[in-house]
Each structure stands twice: as structure tokens, then as C-alpha cells.
Design a protein around this ligand. Structure first.
Ligand code: SOE
Length: 411
């Protein structure tokens, strides 16, 4: 079977900077499901939109099933395939290892890739445990001394509107923060017949809504606020405690012969927690997969002494801003349409008013990583940032196990 051409080679007329003249930066990706597809879109597109100092090349994608990963390579635009991530890491045409697997393999792959001299991008949450995250952060620190970079894929930092919000908070437009409230609501588990996939088992996912959705909102809140969570009071719940086993072992589960039977859900379905930030500001967090009707609803609001900001992922090209210093007569939340060329990332895209979407956050993620590698800087969020989020998640679980007692976040 002919290997798929690289989009840059296959498509004439690519934008400046994508041309073959730029030295290549080979990417090797492990995993090719939802996040693998989203990352592939980022790698394919970044060099064709942004004027990058090096050209991302989709060198190889890795998956255990040889036939399935060949199909993924063809569909997603990868030049070669591997069925063992160790072989992927050993390839001379791979400079960046991009980890898009379930959390139980993040630490092993990331540490091995860093020790093999590669740069690493790892999906969120960084790991399934604090101990694994500590090992990853330590390996990243050691690798940084060798000029290698490591980044964790909290992609919602790379929505232009959230990047603008970060800029506005850092400029002091809100003044001292008093509140951050953030919710991340999905509803894909409401049906009790949804099968027991890897995301519903602690040994593969580490936790449920907490690690999957809660990790995003803890990182985003800390990023926008510019300060860490220092302690939490939490509740978690598992509403549906057993689910049908997948027929067949596609998920690695030992299904019964006829695919019948049920297995235990060993992670949370929802996590709610209040928190204190380093400045004394108060925060509230809600992460659930049981918010019937909410598909991928992430909303965050920051209230400061001088103003407020509010963002809604379902309206991701917009940022709501209330300037509390305006006279009350004319004050109110106003909508900033974040599509101007001086807004983050937008100078490379379309004219004002032509919005972006979810997938563009992965293009921005690829862009920023390539610039960091070419420029010798350390990309954010770092593995240390990912470790800090992991410590917040651990404090949430500890607090929930202790009837919501306030639990400090380890440092
Ligand atoms: C959960 O369904 C999920 O796919 C997360 O894992 C992603 O990180 C989020 O971006 C979309 O929802």
C-alpha cells in the first residue's frame, strides 16, 4: 500500500513557512483515537497556517493492532506505522513523541522518550497518579538540561479567547481576584447501557470525570488566575456502579464469551469541589459526565475587584467582559468578539468575524511546541504544571474520602 503523502508535499500552494525549505521536525504519535485524530489535525495544519521555523512531519503513528494503525495512518496522514511504542521512540525520523494513549501508559512512554533524547507532548491528565507525574516531571527537568522540551496537552489554554483572558488578568484589568467558578459538563454516560470502556476503570484512566474534565478546569483556572489552588473541599460520586462489558477484548477487558455480563465502574462519574487559591480568592469547580443535555460545556468566570471575565466553550470565539471601573449607568458585561488580528493566534487565520473551533486549539498547541523547540524555550504548560494539577486532583480524592474535609494541596 502506498504510504500517504505528507500534506505539505501533497498540496501545492501551501502557505509560506510550510514549504519544504524549512528543516523538518519529525513527529511520532502513540495512539490514534479521538485525541490522536485531534493532534494529527494540529500537526497537519500548523505548518500550513503559521510561519514556523521548522516543518512538522507526520513521521509515524503507533498502535497495537497493525491493520487498524495502518488504516489510521492512511486516514490521518502519517507516513509510517509501528506496533510497539519502543520502536517508535527509536526511530531516527522522530524528534517529538506525542502521547495520545490512556493515562496508564503516559509515564512509561514519556520517561523512555525523554531518556532517548526526544521532545515530548503528553495528553492530559499528565498521569494517573502523583507518583507517576513526579517521575515524569523529574525526567523532563533532566531532559531540559539536554535541550529537550516537554509539554502537557491542556489545549483549552490555546483558545484565543482564553489566551486573551489570561492577558487581561495579567494586565490587572480585573484587579485582585475574589472568585473563580468553572464547570465542565458532559452527558455521555447518562445511559446506564453505555459499556465499561477504559475511561471507566481506575487502572487505565486513574479517575473518571475528575481526571478527564476536572484536570482541564483546574489547569485553566490556575492559568487564567495566574495562581495555584492551595486547598480543596470535595465530593465525588459514581451514579452508575456497573456497566455492560464490551463484547470482545477490543478494550482489553475480559468480556464473557457472548459479550454479556457487567463489570464494576471504579472511577467517579462526577466531582464537585470548592477551593482556595494562593491569594485567598475562592473557587468552585464542577466536572460531570451526567449533566443531561450538556455535550461539552466548559464555562469559567473570574470576578475581581475591578471587573469580571466569562468564557463559554460553546461560544469560544467570544469573551464576556465587565469593566467594573465604568460608571454604573453604562456598565455591564460586553461581548468581545475574539477574531481580530491582534488577538492571540488570529493573525494567521481568517479576517475578523470568521471564527475558529475546537480543533484549532490543537493547531495552536503544535505551533507553540514547534516554536519552543526551534527557539530553545520551555513550552507551557510544562510537566511541572501537569504535576501540580495532579496534586490538586489527589487532594480532591483525599478530601472526598474524608467527607469533604478541607485538604491542602501538596507542594
Ligand atoms: C472527554 O470526553 C473529552 O474527550 C476529554 O478527554 C478531552 O480532553 C476534551 O477536550 C473533550 O472531552
Amino acid at each position: 500500500m502506498a504510504q500517504p503523502q505528507q500534506p505539505d508535499e501533497a498540496q501545492a500552494g501551501a502557505r509560506p513557512g510550510a514549504a519544504a525549505g524549512r528543516p523538518p521536525l519529525g513527529v511520532g504519535m502513540v495512539g490514534y483515537a479521538f485525541m490522536g485524530a485531534a493532534h494529527s489535525q494540529g500537526w497537519r495544519t500548523a505548518g500550513r497556517v503559521f510561519d514556523l521555523p521548522r516543518r512538522p512531519v507526520l513521521a509515524a503513528v503507533c498502535g497495537r493492532d497493525a491493520e487498524a494503525v495502518r488504516g489510521a495512518a492512511d486516514r490521518l496522514g502519517w507516513a509510517a506505522t509501528e506496533t510497539d511504542w519502543r520502536a517508535l521512540i527509536a526511530r531516527d525520523d522522530v524528534d517529538i513523541v506525542d502521547i495520545c494513549t490512556p493515562g496508564d501508559s503516559h509515564a512509561e512512554i514519556a520517561v523512555a522518550a525523554l531518556e532517548a533524547g526526544k521532545h515530548v507532548l503528553c495528553e492530559k491528565p499528565l498521569a494517573n497518579t502523583v507518583e507517576e507525574a513526579e517521575a515524569m516531571a523529574g525526567a523532563a527537568e533532566a531532559a531540559a538540561a539536554r535541550g529537550q522540551v516537554a509539554m502537557v496537552g491542556f489545549n483549552y489554554r490555546r483558545v484565543p479567547a482564553t489566551s486573551l483572558a489570561r492577558r487581561m488578568v495579567a494586565e490587572g484589568r480585573l484587579g485582585a481576584l475574589r472568585h473563580v467558578r468553572v464547570t465542565y459538563l458532559q452527558d455521555w454516560l447518562v445511559d446506564p447501557q453505555f459499556p465499561l470502556t477504559w475511561r471507566l476503570r481506575k487502572e487505565s484512566a486513574g479517575s473518571g470525570a475528575l481526571g478527564d474534565l476536572g484536570a482541564h478546569i483546574v489547569d485553566l483556572a490556575q492559568y487564567l488566575a495566574g495562581e495555584p489552588v492551595t486547598g480543596v473541599s470535595a465530593m465525588t460520586e459514581t451514579f452508575v456502579r456497573e456497566r455492560p462489558l464490551l463484547s470482545g477484548a477490543s478494550d482489553g477487558l475480559s468480556a464473557t464469551a457472548d459479550g454479556a455480563g457487567k463489570g464494576p465502574v471504579t472511577v467517579d462519574d462526577a466531582a464537585l469541589f470548592t477551593a482556595r487559591l494562593a491569594s485567598g480568592a475562592l473557587a468552585s469547580f464542577e466536572a460531570t459526565r451526567f449533566a443531561t443535555g450538556r455535550k461539552n460545556s466548559l464555562r469559567i468566570e473570574l470576578n475581581g475587584e475591578k471587573g469580571s471575565l466569562a468564557f463559554d466553550l460553546e461560544r469560544l470565539n467570544e469573551l464576556q467582559y465587565h469593566d467594573g471601573t465604568e460608571p454604573g449607568t453604562y456598565a455591564g458585561f460586553r461581548r468581545i468578539l475574539v477574531t481580530e488580528p491582534d488577538h492571540p493566534y488570529l493573525d494567521a487565520w481568517w479576517p475578523p468575524g470568521h471564527g475558529l473551533g475546537y480543533e484549532h486549539t490543537f493547531v495552536h498547541q503544535a505551533r507553540d511546541l514547534v516554536h519552543a523547540i526551534a527557539g530553545g524555550s520551555r513550552p507551557l504548560p510544562s510537566f511541572a504544571d501537569g504535576l501540580q494539577v495532579q496534586r490538586v486532583l489527589a487532594a480532591v480524592e483525599e478530601s472526598a474520602e474524608k467527607n469533604s474535609v478541607f485538604t491542602p494541596v501538596a507542594s
